[in-house]
Design a protein around this ligand. Sequence first.
Ligand code: ATP
Ligand code: MG
Length: 343
Amino acid sequence: MRGAMISIRNLKKTYPNGFTVMENFNLEIEPGSFTVLVGPSGCGKTTLIRLISGLERCTEGSIWIAGKDVTRCEPGDRGVAVVFQNYALYPHMTVEKNISFGLRNFGYKKDEIKKILAEVLDLVGLTEHAKKKPSGLSGGQRQRVALARAISKSPDVFLMDEPLSNLDAPLRAQMRDELARLHRKLGATFVYITHDQAEAMSLGDHIAVMDDGRIMQYGTPEEIYDTPANVFTARFIGDPGMNILPRKDGIYLGFRGQKVGVGRPGGLDCIFIEGTVSSREHLGDAYRYRVTASDGSQFEMRRPERVDVGRRLDMFVRKSDIYAFDESGVRVADVKTLGAAAP
Ligand SMILES: Nc1ncnc2c1ncn2[C@@H]1O[C@H](COP(=O)(O)OP(=O)(O)OP(=O)(O)O)[C@@H](O)[C@H]1O
Ligand SMILES: [Mg+2]
């Protein structure tokens, strides 16, 4: 496995206008992982990728790639390649030229370039289109040229900032598969930004959840979904995110809408909620309900059966499906040990 570990230590980034995006920022990205960065708009995802690539300078702290301190290295000396949302192709150059351009500057010889070109064009399925200009290609093909250009530098690290967001849904799905395949084949470390939850969960073997210049959690998709470390991650991950209801003692209880049952079962260790259905949305294979509990709090419920809006319901959630968070939003031990009363 040739993927490099990326280690970010005590990083601080202040832009020239005085705005500090992140401070005391630490993250170790697993070598060879496909790490997806998610978080609300403006939380610092693009800034982080630009810092790793060297397009942006660190204010404080250091960045290490494959055990080497690259904080002061030029972008070209870091072993990274970046792919952005808009492919940044040269319109007057053919596909071939767009890819080989950087290699020539890099000092590769003619026959070496020819060999690399043939390889990467084949890898992204563009061999037949080598002589075309970008204007003669579809959006997906253009994005593949950008990918091919990145691959041609055989980097240890691929940094991708929403590379598929300009493509329509079927093409995105296809490109997603191709990226997964590329990752398996190249074995490099991929860091990938997306706004798309489904994409993050399906593509990433690791997910980094960011908020306001901080890493809220870094782990596998399963860890992030099943054992969220805090309220932010619980709410952010999943479609919809986890319901979070405050309890009188300052504890927050969290549960997923899929885990809400209807009725009053006996013999189950659960909490009971009374409420009224305030809205319904058909999802195809199920319904998503907005429910107002008798204490006025609101939550989402997902059920296979249709229920009328305005109907009063007895609901329950098994204690084993309930998460507890303290006042600062950090997840605390199992809810059973808290003697969970209804919210
Ligand atoms: N060159 C700059 N100068 C000053 N502030 C900047 C600069 N670039 C970004 N910012 C600010 O830094 C913060 C993080 O921006 P960044 O682009 O990293 O966010 P992001 O997570 O990529 O958001 P999005 O999901 O919308 O792309 C934002 O508040 C943004 O306004
Ligand atoms: Mg961004």
